[in-house]
Ligand binder design. Structure first.
Ligand code: NAP
Length: 288
């Protein structure tokens, strides 16, 4: 194939997910007399985290989800943070708890995340939810991987039996993406910093998901003609946000590709809203 790939419009797909969640949140409010609730915890004053948390709350209020914004100083102790998480775990009106990472030095991201009730773990980062994803069971799936799968579903990607290559193996993105592709019966290869010939492995892919955070690491000659390319990478540079894929080159080879920005990015918050809705519905069903 030597043409121009379809550009996957993540903004439009995310808008559709948000509209769906707004409807479900209104129905939930009607049925249970309260909106679904999401509590976020931000420790310290990292500017990027501040932007992320603020946009999550904006999205909540636009969707009819009650957002609760806990901001704590960088001097917060592990015991104080544990106490807040325990309080939120115990509250009936809080369906989702999001601990914004990374935490300041001295606080252990993994250990504190693990204190979140898995039923309220809307980031899908506790071992319970991560394990369920690996086992192919129902779970609160991490938001960005969930967004990747929704985009693939949106374009009708044929995953069964497809060669899928995931570049990156973080707990946040690469590993869960690989598990979710496997659950769809793709034949999955995961690449990482020790992979010997990244180009050769990528060239096998019918579906290539790049989640590295290294601008331009995937060049056009690493893409199989007709492949679907999902670019999760976002690196902020002088020219704005850059993906992992050399977009102009990929456009000529791939059959479909996500742009950066406007591809996977908008899906992440939409999937957080979807997870909050799912947590609310699951908890309400258990309570009945
Ligand atoms: P991460 O924790 O830094 O993981 C990066 C992964 O890339 C690691 O597994 C690493 O391998 C691998 N890697 C590094 N250099 C490589 C190389 N030369 N060849 C092959 N693999 C290599 O990052 P992350 O949290 O997964 O995020 C990845 C990217 O996605 C970042 O740009 C991030 O900003 C972006 N992101 C976007 C969204 C969104 O909403 N759009 C959400 C989350 C993340 P090792 O394991 O061997 O070190």
């Amino acid at each position: 194939m030597n043409g121009s790939a379809r550009i996957i419009d993540g903004k439009a797909v995310a808008a559709a997910v948000r509209a769906e969640i707004a409807g479900a949140a209104a129905a939930f409010n009607e049925a249970y007399g309260r909106p679904p609730g999401l509590a976020t915890i931000l420790v310290g004053d990292d500017p990027a985290s501040d932007v992320y948390v603020t946009s999550k709350h904006k999205a909540c209020s636009e969707t009819g989800i009650a957002g609760e914004d806990h901001r704590l100083p960088a001097t917060t102790t592990s015991a104080e943070l544990s106490e807040l998480i325990a309080q939120l775990n115990g509250r009936d009106d809080v369906d989702g708890i999001l601990l914004q990472l990374p935490l300041p030095d001295g606080l252990d991201d993994a250990q504190l995340t693990e204190l979140i009730d898995p039923a309220k773990d809307v980031d899908g980062l506790t071992a319970a939810n991560a394990g369920r994803v690996v086992q192919g069971r129902d779970a609160l799936v991490p938001c960005t991987p969930s967004g990747v799968m929704r985009l693939l579903a949106h374009i009708g990607a044929e995953l069964e039996g497809a060669e899928a290559v995931v570049v990156g193996r973080s707990n946040l993105v690469g590993r869960p993406v690989a598990s979710l592709l496997l659950a769809e019966n793709a034949t999955v290869t995961t690449c990482h910093s020790r992979t010997r010939d990244l180009g050769a492995v990528c060239r096998r892919a019918d579906v290539l998901v790049a989640c590295v955070g290294s601008p331009g690491i995937v060049t056009g000659d690493m893409i199989k003609p007709g492949a679907i390319v999902i670019d999760v990478g976002t690196t902020r540079g002088a020219d704005g946000l850059q993906g992992d894929v050399v977009f102009d080159e990929a456009l000529k080879v791939a059959s479909a590709i996500t742009p950066v920005p406007g591809g996977v990015g908008p899906m992440t918050i939409a999937c957080l809203l979807a997870n909050t809705m799912k947590a609310a519905q699951s908890r309400a069903a258990v309570a009945v």
